[in-house]
Design a protein around this ligand. Sequence first.
Ligand code: DGL
Length: 278
Amino acid sequence: LNAAVKRAPIGVFDSGVGGLTVLRALRAAMPDESFIYLGDTARLPYGTKSDQTVVRYSLQCAAVLVARGIRALVVACNTASASSLQALRLHYPDLPIIGVIQPGAEAAVAASTSKRIAVIGTEGTIQGGAYQRAIRTLHGAASIEAVACSLFVAMAEEGWTEGPIVESVARRYLDPLFASASQPAPDTLVLGCTHFPVLAGAIRAVLPPQVRMVDSALTTAAAVRLRLQASETAASEISNTGAAMTWLATDGAARFARVGSIFLGETLLPQSIEIVDL
Ligand code: DGL
């Protein structure tokens, strides 16, 4: 009981910097934990690629993180969560693996009064129907509109988070969902891609004011904390040497640092990012 156990880090990955919106919530919820974040920037975007390819990439991302001794894996990418959770769990049956779709669906159902819910995400996420299934499992009678907003990923990765261009793209995607006269509009919009929260201001600007926007970050962080609490030694028996962050990317340290700083809300330095090959 008195042997000091040092906690291994939690691994987090995304196709790029989008997962930093989830990491931010994870760090706020678990300030004593160490994290290793991997952004597969060399192969982004995942959202336009086939499921098979995304599964292969996800397994490679997980392998890099597992080799560094993580004790839990957070798939901070909706596209990878939609296609790869099953394969990841088969490969690493003893590793707690948490995706963002289930927590995102829970946030949506909790936020929506009318249970008319709109989901936006990448092509891969929307076409695979994972959100639609997760929401319907939670609330069978929910009415769900789902639209792929692929350009949002490119704009977010470019660091274009606000202004007239972002708003007009947002209008083009969202007006058919919210400004159609033929049916009652959804009361909740799920940002079903971890890149989208940085565009929240521009998206908000084109939505009817009563629409609630939710994303997976907070509910995923809560799910990770619960999952680890359920399976691990009480915190009092663990001596942590202080939370550490390790940053990995597959390409472009300078770009990752520049755009990642926007997503994270704090300054990242290029020299603190290690480039790895999968
Ligand atoms: N951030 C990822 C997601 O949540 C997708 C971005 C991409 O297309 O690579 O779906």
